[in-house]
Design a protein around this ligand. Structure first.
Ligand code: AMP
Length: 406
């Protein structure tokens, strides 16, 4: 099926074709026709499935003849994190080319007076984190009585981050007659409760991503102790000689900084991204990573949530994530849009229970690989010697880590 067959106008189908989207993803082919009919949707879909286009494209179709009005947007897209909001905004700009629609990303950490000025001139779509949106509303800079479409993206994450009271407040200010599209990685009873409170006979869509994950991402674990993690990480990074972007996840912000400094000392091209950095440095760090100005991004779950950088071939879980769903989000940074990726996770004895929870969520055990940690790392040693191999390692060696690292 093509985008025009699922109801998009030819202009919009042409725009997405220019971006390389020829065929709608499953979430898009299910959600777009329903959204175009004005229905409310409750969709269980994770990041990486194409869900952003699944809500942006029909919203653009619905609003494309509307005129931006002074402080009165027609749609609000609520997003849990600043980075994700910026990314959704960037997608909006690409998808809406030629429609004349205007959007603004309203996130904390950026200058509020600039946001106020843009709102005053008039925008059609607000892409916002809940806190800053409330702030602007309460200052009287925003009127929500003209809202026709609301999207709540990553509803489960909004709940986890304690944003639901803010979301409740925002929705209460909007007209009852509107379309509400809700996306969540899980449909927990709490997510369903929100759906019941704010949606009218929503159409439920479930897209499972686990099969896709299994197909395109080679997953493995390395058992080691805390002291061995940094050596193991350097070996993994050295053994992947390509310059493709790599993401390393830690559970704590403090460890992100420590690990980044350690990698930099060992001459790896690494930068840190976490929630304690100001918004400008976060944006710059991400932009530089996108541009390939450095190769390794060390980060936490919250900061990296939903980040879409193309060509990430390796994700290293330096710690086992505390919430099992975060494992799926973390490794979903690679293997996107059908491309191959590798995900390696370090597991210490105390993290065994967390590993079991992850394995029961993804419904399979993750294969174990071994790294020879006794060999001393030397910066200028050829990779194959560092790893104790007697042969040249092809650049794609991490495509099958078991074969090469065992
Ligand atoms: P998302 O789940 O929205 O984060 O999207 C995951 C990735 O898939 C993004 O890089 C999108 O640009 C890409 N994408 C979305 N829809 C399509 C499509 N129909 N065909 C190819 N790539 C797509």
């Amino acid at each position: 099926m093509s985008f025009s067959e699922i109801g998009l106008t030819q202009e919009l189908a042409d725009t997405v074709a220019k971006l390389g989207y020829d065929v709608p993803t499953p979430i898009q082919s299910q959600a777009i026709p329903l959204a175009l009919q004005g229905k409310d949707i409750l969709a269980c879909a994770q990041t990486g499935t194409g869900k952003t286009a699944a809500f942006l494209l029909p919203t653009i179709e619905t609003l494309k003849h509307s005129r931006a009005r002074h402080r009165m947007p027609s749609a609000v897209i609520l997003i849990p994190t600043r980075e994700l909001a910026t990314q959704v905004y960037d997608n909006f700009v690409s998808y809406s080319a030629g429609t004349g629609l205007k959007a603004i990303s309203i996130v904390g950490g950026e200058i509020i007076s600039i946001q106020e000025r843009i709102l005053k001139r008039g925008v059609d779509i607000l892409i916002a984190t809940p806190g800053r949106l409330i702030d602007l509303f309460e200052r009287g800079k925003l009127i929500l009585t003209n809202i026709k479409v609301v999207v709540i993206d990553e509803a489960d994450r909004m709940l986890d981050m304690g944003f639901m009271p803010d979301v409740d407040k925002i929705l209460a200010y909007m007209p009852k007659l509107r379309q509400t599209l809700m996306f969540s990685a899980t449909l927990s009873p709490e997510v369903k409760r929100i759906s019941q409170s704010y949606q009218l006979q929503p159409c439920e869509i479930k897209i499972s991503r686990s099969a896709k994950t299994a197909e395109t991402i080679e997953q493995s674990i390395v058992r080691l102790n805390e002291m061995e993690k940094r050596i193991a990480l350097r070996k993994v990074l050295k053994s992947n000689p390509s310059i493709d972007p790599t993401v390393v996840f830690c559970n704590r912000k403090k460890d992100v900084d420590i690990l980044t400094k350690s990698l930099q000392r060992h001459k790896f091209s690494a930068q840190a991204l976490h929630g304690d950095m100001d918004q400008r440095s976060r944006n710059e760090t991400l932009e530089n990573f996108r541009k390939g100005n450095y190769r390794i991004l060390v980060t936490t779950d919250v900061a990296a949530r939903g980040i879409d950088v193309s060509g990430i071939t390796l994700v290293v879980n330096f710690d086992v994530p505390i919430h099992e769903e975060d494992y799926v989000h973390r490794i979903g940074r690679t293997g996107r849009a059908g491309k191959n990726g590798n995900a390696i996770m370090f597991v210490t004895k105390t993290e065994d229970k967390k590993l079991k929870r992850i394995e029961s969520l993804i419904k399979h055990t993750i294969k174990e690989i071994k790294i020879d940690l006794n060999v001393v790392m030397e910066e200028d040693e050829p990779t194959e010697k560092v790893l104790g191999f007697g042969r040249i390692i092809p650049p794609f060696m991490l495509v099958d880590p078991l074969k090469f690292l065992a």
